[in-house]
Design a protein around this ligand. Structure first.
Ligand code: NAD
Length: 453
């Protein structure tokens, strides 16, 4: 059922390339002449453009460049499900392991109608760089199932999850590849993955997933970890550019796990949240939005929807260009592009989402003097506490919430400081500095381990 490709072969399923997209196999021209930045709204291209720049600064050997730009494994599975009316519907699922040289690969699984292999490849590579930036011993992976959860019942989502897991038995494992929640997946879905995997290996294996319910071995603080990490990154960055958090105004795009918790924790630090949005719409209030009220509203209505009280309805596009100090994009990729980057008014962008800014927008934001804390640093709190969860599972021991939060704060703040120092050393943006640190770490490990075969 599974199509597995190992570097450097090229396999395709349903006409989709599983290796290297449309990039040539020869040494890239970026070594001779930096390619002009283009804004293709393709997360894989955006990731590769940043990777190329960092590789160039590091003068990465061509062989190591080739190795690191290519996922070590891409798996495509077909997931046939019997629907409630007896008909059969077939979904497509992906798991890409970008690199596992630092340790077992780690990365979330998303369920969405527009999930595709290029997106999953980009997200998998970001996980490699993210784990390296925060210095945890994991490689990078990502998974996805192309489906629209809004049109599926819980029973159908469970069937999809179990069949996807069964198809990935050779991929997943606590010492091999460890999934976690991402867009439209949650701790219940992690519980089904744990159960399906455990049934097949004939022992309960909590370490095969993270972000699972506490009672199944989940970590205290995991649910809030990404938002908490965003809050730490935002505070550190505000300090660097002289914004007092107690006087700061913040707009947050996306009001799911990352967005709502980032907003809640920044509000707790004294910031005024002047704008929020979700897929259903955006709201603005210069006097500040009551985030607890908004969370309760979403809990009871499912979305912010028309009618959220005490705030003016604006468009999702206007939310991104609100007059505020800090913008936290925490929804999906490609939200800040060269089309709207000129209109961003925030002084600081803290990327809660993966890939919210395209490579084409980077130079525009830089020329406007906007400081961007990049995704692979800003939202690394989630994978950091996932790592803590895995460590607790392996030790058969629970840490208190205080211990988890304290270790998360230390990890996030020291990662920020390392990246900030690298940005001064190389005279580059925080984004490029993060890539430089991450690629350098993985490349050094690769040189020491050598190439087998
Ligand atoms: P989620 O499904 O809980 O929330 C996503 C939110 O974004 C929802 O409120 C949705 O309505 C909103 N949204 C979607 N499209 C939008 C649009 N066009 N405009 C405005 N809002 C929109 O997902 P999440 O877990 O919060 O993840 C959000 C982002 O953060 C993703 O990029 C994900 O990869 C990234 N991320 C998540 C974690 C984690 O631990 N959950 C960790 C790291 C990175």
């Amino acid at each position: 059922m599974a199509t597995v490709t190992d570097t450097p072969s090229k396999t395709s399923t349903n006409g989709q390339h599983t290796n290297g997209a449309d990039r040539p196999n020869s040494i890239p021209s970026v070594y001779k002449e930096p390619a002009p930045i283009v804004d293709r709204d393709n997360p894989l291209e955006s990731m590769m453009q940043r990777f190329d720049r960092a590789a160039e600064i590091l003068k990465l050997e061509p062989g190591i460049y080739q190795y690191l730009k290519t996922p070590v494994k891409s798996v495509i599975v077909s997931i046939p499900i019997q629907m409630d009316d007896g008909s059969v519907q077939v979904f497509e699922g992906y798991r890409v392991i970008h690199n596992d040289i630092l340790g077992p690969s780690k990365g979330g699984i998303r369920y969405a109608p527009d999930v595709n292999l290029d997106e999953v490849k980009a997200l998998a590579a970001w996980m490699t760089w993210k784990c390296a930036v925060v210095d945890i011993p994991f490689g990078g992976a990502k998974g996805g199932v192309c489906c629209d959860p809004r049109t599926l019942t819980m029973a159908q989502i469970e069937k999809i999850t179990r069949r996807y897991t069964a198809n990935m038995l050779d991929v997943f494992g606590p010492d091999r590849d460890i999934p976690a929640p991402d867009v439209n997946t949650n701790e219940q879905i992690m519980a089904w993955i744990l159960d399906t995997y455990s049934m097949h290996v004939k022992r309960t294996e909590p370490g095969v997933v993270t972000g699972k319910p506490i009672v199944l071995g989940g970590s205290l603080g995991r649910r809030e970890a990404t938002g908490r990490g965003v809050m730490h990154s935002a505070l550190r960055a505000m300090e660097k550019i002289g914004i007092n958090p107690k006087q700061a105004t913040v707009a947050v795009e996306g009001f799911g796990n990352v967005g709502s918790i980032s907003a809640e924790l920044l509000a707790e630090q004294g910031a005024k949240i002047v704008g929020i949005s979700d897929i259903s719409g955006a709201y603005h209030n210069d006097g500040g939005i009551d985030i607890q009220k908004a969370i309760a509203w979403v809990e009871s209505h499912g979305h912010l929807l028309e009618g959220f009280p005490d705030a003016e309805r604006i468009t999702n596009e206007q939310l991104l260009t609100l007059d505020c100090d800090v913008l936290v994009p925490a929804a999906r990729e490609d939200r800040i592009t060269k089309r709207n980057a000129h209109n961003i008014q925030a002084k600081l962008i803290v990327e809660g989402a993966n890939g919210p800014t395209t490579a084409g927008a980077d130079p525009i934001l830089e020329s406007k003097g906007i400081l961007v804390v990049p995704d692979i640093l800003a939202n690394a709190g989630g994978v950091t506490v996932s790592y803590f969860e895995w460590v607790q599972n392996r030790g058969g021991y629970h840490w208190t919430l205080d211990v988890v939060n304290e270790r998360l704060a230390t990890a996030m703040n020291s990662a920020f400081d390392r990246v900030y120092a690298a940005s001064l050393q190389y005279k580059v943006s925080l984004r490029l500095a993060s890539y430089i640190l991450a690629i350098d770490k993985v490349a050094k490990t690769l040189r020491l381990r050598g190439i087998y075969g």
